[in-house]
Design a binder for this molecule. Structure first.
Ligand SMILES: Nc1nc2c(ncn2[C@@H]2O[C@H](COP(=O)(O)OP(=O)(O)OP(=O)(O)O)[C@@H](O)[C@H]2O)c(=O)[nH]1
Ligand SMILES: [Mg+2]
Length: 381
């Protein structure tokens, strides 16, 4: 393993500009120059603005734009990721599935990058060893990943990143396979820790599990997400974008005993829909899919393939949106805060007309500084 050289994308410059704007604004609003009474007025229009500014800056500094695939253990998450990429790379159906967050990223070079909980980063270059477009290449990648994630060292991994050509993924947007909820506590914790990096989610539900979602541990993660959102720790995640895949309908037995009664599948569908709606109020029903992932095979025609195609029509725009989501949301937040700050300083200037010249000069400096930031903000959008 070698130490990793950092990847840089064109949109990183844009992000860098937004981070710099946050820093300048934080410095200015904290400084003595920005007077106490102005601070109080701003606090009224934008309560806790300094705390929020700091949280927002931390959010834009996150480099992963994750589309996170999550759900209960063995629900079909890794199978789904393999179907999305069209490559059998992630291990599925393994009782000892990797208890690590696995991130897939588009790259010209094939490599695996391991991040330890200590922060140490290591890289395994596989570029000359496998071509991921061939079955053999996928087998090698899968085997390497399996060895890596089933090793004792896996416990010290925070994330494992697999870089390979996935043209539909842009820049830092990644598809993230997570350890199943209900597995080891340690793995669930790693998954929960990763959540603030996410911009979007696909939840996979195994409908053949008795009790469906109530017994499923999915509500646990949904609650955590709601808390993160309410605390402003995930400002760029839009709850309406969440997608649900209900999987493994083939395991539910057909009930042909009494045609008068609703069959098992209809009952399960109604229950699953009502569970999802009660646990995730913002759900868009068009984002709930019903299929058997194992029947999603190239060249086949069946209801699962049709549903998978419908799913892709919703999923692909999420990927496109993720590329600029952070910069767009942060710029509009900055613009609103700057407008409020400038408005307050302007009002102050009018009151100060009669007072000392130095006072007016200082207020003018505030306005100039805020206007400069606003202009930078407009140039970026
Ligand atoms: N019957 C049935 N089995 C499926 C279907 N989709 C996936 N499976 C199987 O379910 C098992 C678990 O699938 P995975 O993709 O590994 O599930 P996972 O959610 O990644 O599991 P963990 O990572 O261990 O939490 C595998 O044996 C899959 O082949 C389906 O539609 N029907
Ligand atoms: Mg898995």
């Amino acid at each position: 393993m070698e130490d990793r050289k950092s990847n840089k994308y064109p949109e990183d410059d844009e992000t860098g500009d937004v981070i710099a704007m946050y820093q300048t604004l934080e410095q200015f609003l904290k400084s003595e120059e920005f007077e106490e009474d102005l601070k109080k007025v701003l606090e009224k229009s934008n309560p806790k603005y300094l705390d929020i500014l700091e949280k927002r800056r931390r959010d834009i500094e996150r480099t992963d734009h994750g589309i996170v695939i999550a759900g209960e253990i063995s629900s079909g998450k890794s199978t789904l990721v393999n179907k999305i990429t069209g490559k059998k790379i992630l291990n599925s159906g393994n009782l000892e599935s990797p208890a690590t967050v696995c991130k897939l990223r588009n790259s010209d070079r094939v490599k695996i990058i391991v991040e330890h909980t200590s922060g140490k980063i290591e890289e395994i270059d596989l570029n000359d060893k496998c071509d991921p477009n061939t079955k053999e290449g996928q087998r090698i990648l899968k085997k390497t990943l399996k060895e890596l994630t089933s090793s004792e060292e896996n416990r010290s991994y925070r994330t494992v990143e697999i870089d390979l050509p996935i043209p539909f993924l842009k820049g830092n947007t990644m598809i993230v396979d997570t350890p199943g909820i209900g597995g080891s506590e340690e793995a669930t914790e790693k998954m929960m820790d990763y959540l603030p990096n996410a911009l979007s989610f696909v939840f996979v539900i195994n409908v053949s599990n008795a009790g469906g979602m109530q017994k499923d541990r999915l509500p646990e993660i949904l609650k955590k997400l709601i808390c993160l959102k309410l605390d402003d720790d995930m400002p760029c995640f839009d709850p309406k974008d969440v997608i649900f895949i209900t999987n493994k309908w083939d395991i539910i037995e057909e009930d042909d005993s009494d045609s008068e009664e609703e069959d098992q599948k209809t009952k399960t569908w109604k229950k699953t829909l009502s569970d999802i709606k009660s646990q995730w109020l913002k759900v868009d029903e068009r984002n709930i899919f019903r299929l058997n992932l194992k029947e999603v095979l190239p060249g086949k025609e069946n209801p699962s393939v049709e549903q998978f195609e419908e799913f892709q029509k919703v999923f692909m725009p999420c990927i496109e949106k993720a590329k600029h989501a952070r910069v767009t949301v942060h710029l509009s937040f900055l613009r609103e805060l700057l407008e409020n700050a400038a408005k307050n300083v302007n009002a102050r200037l009018q009151l100060d007309q009669q007072s000392e010249e130095s006072q007016i000069e200082l207020t003018n400096t505030h306005i100039k500084e805020l206007e400069e930031l606003k202009e930078k903000c407009s140039k970026l959008t």
